[in-house]
Design a protein around this ligand. Structure first.
Ligand SMILES: [Fe+2]
Ligand SMILES: [Fe+2]
Length: 178
């Protein structure tokens, strides 16, 4: 009985080792990967485009707002811009791990993004534009996380990390409206 178990364990290990050795150029994508890779890469590229648009919007707001009394607001915009760029980098890295191509083509940005650029010069309108974009990001990440938690726990975890920061961003923008 013990021998049977040992044999089956070692043959499973042998299978895993054989499968891992096959298609080594697939890198992190192994035979057991259960996600719909192409569909997921398209979704991640849409999220990447959204992050880049958010980075651009926050960055312009940072440079556009003037006045000593707005120093704290500017700092907030700059911090969010940096974090959106970090999110973009995290998404691009994951796309590459899934053997996809991260899309940084400026021509595709607005079409692919869920969020909008905004060219207002009014501070209240800037804060509102950011808040709307953050809420859109929260909704889309939440949907993706629910879809992926069984088939691709790594991406799901990554998106959860980003989501928690988008929730902070939304709360910070909401408090600025008060
Ligand atoms: Fe973000
Ligand atoms: Fe954000």
């Amino acid at each position: 009985m013990k021998n049977d178990k040992d044999n089956s364990t070692s043959s499973t290990e042998q299978d895993m080792s054989n499968n891992a050795a096959k298609k080594m150029t697939d890198g992190a994508v192994t035979q057991g990967y259960r996600g719909e890779r192409h569909k997921l890469i398209a979704l991640l590229n849409a999220a990447l485009a959204s992050e880049l648009v958010c980075f651009l919007r926050y960055t312009r707001f940072y440079y556009t707002v003037g006045g000593l009394s707005n120093t704290a607001l500017k700092a907030e915009f700059m911090q969010h811009a940096r974090e959106e760029m970090q999110h973009a980098n995290m998404l691009a890295e994951r796309i590459v791990q899934l053997n996809g191509k991260p899309d940084f083509d400026p021509e595709n940005l607005l079409n692919n993004a869920h969020t909008q650029y905004d060219d207002t010069d009014k501070i209240q309108a800037m804060i509102k534009a950011n808040l709307v974009a953050e809420r859109i990001a929260i909704e889309s990440y939440r949907k993706m996380i629910l879809e992926l938690q069984d088939s691709d726990p790594t991406t799901s975890l990554l998106l959860t990390t980003i989501l928690s920061q988008e929730e902070e961003h939304a709360e910070e923008m909401r408090s600025l409206l008060d």
